[in-house]
Design a protein around this ligand. Structure first.
Ligand code: XMP
Length: 513
């Protein structure tokens, strides 16, 4: 993309590392973009970067086909910061030596600064705790470099050549475990690169609005709302850009959480005055799901029904040419990187029929999730939507084990509401990745008052996670679990027992189906 912002490129030697670095740079209000290490240097330079960061990565510079970058990059007169693997690569390519050190260092490590000034370590004490993760280490610094810090396992833990603007750190300044790590990045950005911190929520919104207006002109735009943060923020930005040229379509599957549909109505129709089509399709979904118990069959039916419903609405809006998608930056990086994937600007979406061909509007495609939330807050979306925990497309259907009936949906909605309300009251809603209730397909015996009961149990599931790929069960306080259990049994008819799921992922999944 062409941008008026000072840009720092993060050359990707391992996607997860690169994304975290790019996020930290943007937290310092400098625009950063991830590029694949295979991108020709001329193409990188065409982005007019004011600085370049080499990310860490899992490889060793000594293996065959070790990931590398065209050394022409060092002739461009642009400051470079190498991190971990990136520092080793920089040292090796400029004439230093990297060796396998034997033990390596993993985790918190005390680093000792060398005498003398350092640009990137300016904020560091003589001894500073940093986060290390390396087997190899730089053994000989290239000519022109000064060694600025060392650790027991890395005699050259930081080095710099101020005249040429080259910096290397063996530790990871981007992780929270490195004390003052953000100061290292800030010093590189503002001292070494003289970058201007213009990447703010306001500027993100202004840029997106201008881009959407240029793309859409006076065309009509459709946006599917799910209740989740991504589609909500995407809709709010597009609405800011083109106002009543936007129609939002909210397919209410009847499988949403308690009060969720009302909240979407309240926010978009009443607060934002968006042209909103609320399709109450719960009966249709229930009819199609009648008697279905197999998880994949449920998913397939819900996916297909959703598309049919959306398609019918879209056909009535036959003049609409544009469809909003809530694609985020990590989706783009992970599907090929940088703007190579500046993707499919004209393609067919998620199973919609061929004759419904939309141009995609993707206002979030440069943003990380935390930026999407910050922009959502800036646009005035309610906290409940901006900070909403992830929710699966098939909704409560994959949390109701066995058959889905209106009664069982009602039971689960009420139990789930108690779980979420108590998690919020305990101030844990944001730090927990997902917290919800599950309704199994068994009944158990209990005793309430003088009588025997034979009712469903509810299972509480709460997990912590970074990205849903792995998850750990949340160590909720016992008194919180007790409050949830007693409220659920007292307030939700049809439940006589509450269990807590203590399975991590793997081996479990987050959802039960
Ligand atoms: P699992 O259960 O596989 O879930 O550990 C990982 C994450 O994905 C969500 N999830 C879904 N999201 N459609 C979705 O849009 C689905 O069919 C689906 N299944 C699971 C789940 O809530 C968790 O965040």
């Amino acid at each position: 993309m062409s941008t008026a912002h000072d840009t720092v490129l993060v050359v990707d030697f391992g996607a997860q590392y690169a994304q975290l670095i790019a996020r930290r740079i943007r937290e310092a209000r400098v625009y950063s973009e991830i590029v694949p290490r295979t991108m020709p240097v001329a193409e990188m330079l065409a982005k007019r970067p004011v600085g370049i960061v080499f990310s860490g990565g899992p490889a060793s510079v000594h293996v065959d086909d070790a990931p590398t970058v065209d050394p022409a990059i060092y002739d461009a007169g642009i400051p470079v910061l190498g991190i971990c693997y990136g520092a080793q690569l920089l040292a090796q390519q400029l004439g230093g030596e990297v060796r396998r050190t034997g033990g390596g260092e993993y985790g918190r490590t005390v680093m000792t600064r060398a005498e003398g000034a350092s640009v990137v370590l300016d904020a560091f004490d003589a001894e500073q705790t940093v986060w290390m993760s390396h087997g190899d280490a730089i053994a000989v610094a290239p000519d022109g470099f000064t060694v600025t810090a060392s650790t027991p396992g890395a005699p050259i833990a930081a080095l710099e050549d101020r005249d040429r603007g080259f910096y290397g750190v063996q530790f990871h300044p981007e992780v929270a475990h490195t004390e003052r790590g953000q100061d290292v990045l800030r010093a590189f950005l503002f001292e070494a690169c003289a970058a201007r911190p213009t990447w703010t929520n306001t500027s993100i919104i202004e840029d997106a609005v201008a881009e959407i207006r240029a793309q859409v002109g006076d065309g009509r735009v459709i946006c599917g709302l799910s209740g989740g943060v991504d589609s909500a923020v995407a809709a709010a930005i597009v609405h800011k850009a083109v106002g009543d040229q936007l129609t939002c379509v909210f397919v209410d599957t009847g499988l949403l959480r308690l009060n969720e549909a009302e909240q979407v109505e309240e926010t978009f129709r009443r607060q934002f005055e968006v042209d909103l089509i609320h399709v109450k399709a719960g009966d249709r979904f229930l009819d199609r799901l009648a008697g279905v118990t197999e998880p994949e069959a449920k998913r397939k039916i819900i996916g297909e029904t959703f598309i049919r419903v959306f398609e019918e609405v879209a056909r009535d809006l036959s003049d609409a040419r544009f469809l909003v998608q809530g694609t985020l930056y990590p989706d783009i990086v992970e599907s090929g990187g940088g703007d190579n994937a500046t993707i499919k600007s004209h393609h067919n979406v998620g199973g919609l029929p061929d004759d419904m061909d939309f141009d995609l509007v993707e206002p979030l495609r440069q943003l990380f999730k935390d930026e999407v939330r910050a922009v959502g807050e800036e646009l005035g979306l309610p906290e409940d939507i901006v900070w909403r925990q992830p929710f699966p497309g098939p909704g409560l259907a994959v949390r109701i084990i066995g058959e889905i009936t209106p009664e069982r949906i009602d039971i689960l909605q009420q139990a789930d509401h108690v779980v979420v309300e108590e998690i919020r009251r305990a101030g844990l809603y944001r730090e927990i990745w997902q917290s919800f209730a599950v309704l199994p397909a068994v009944r158990t015996v209990g005793v309430m008052g003088d009588g025997r009961t034979y009712e469903y149990p509810v299972v509480i599931r709460a997990v912590t996670s970074e990205d849903a790929m792995t998850a750990d069960w949340a160590r909720l306080p016992h008194d919180l679990l007790e409050r949830m259990a007693s409220r659920i049994i007292n307030e939700v008819p049809g439940i006589n027992r509450v269990a807590y799921d203590i399975t991590s992922k793997p081996p479990g999944t987050i959802e039960w189906e």
